[in-house]
Design a protein. Sequence first.
Length: 202
Amino acid sequence: MTGNIKVNWKRLILAMVISIGAGVISWLLTGNSMEIYRDLNKPVLSPPGQLFPIVWTVLFILMGLASYIVCETRDDDRTEALILYGVQLVINIGWSVIFFNFGAFWLAFVWLMILWILIIFTIWRFFNVNTVAAWLMVPYLLWVTFAAYLHENGLVVYIRLPYEEIEHRLSNLATRGVTLKKGQTLHSLYDERIPLYEAEAD
């Protein structure tokens, strides 16, 4: 290959805005996602919550670059490939809302499987257009596969107890590791957590 690679900066920026924008929308719609993740019953190999924003940022950048490469490649299949790419981005946003906002974990898992299949088809279509673009999507597929493992192996079993029983068992909060916010009582903490536990339990 000879000569310089000409970059269409407008298209590249647009591709990045679309990709990263999907991540921003997902973040805005699920602002308390890290708090919910912290309280989940997580399986072995679960990464710390702080890692997720970093990984997703890198993945969205790679996806944006991949879509730009496909867009710039003269191929009859690129339109179909980019449509699939756009659809899976929308499904990606939907999964976050179903999982974190609605707490519908089994539906979220089915949704995640749909996303996983769409990513595979997108990579396949990208491969027919540009192999580099296809490979840039592979880390995304691997991460979603890992997310499926975390989801399926993070079963939450919740046994509800009345407040009086909780108060009796936690007679000394200092020795039981219960942390209260300033001005918060054990009863208000109980009232706050019950809906979360019931929503998150499988």
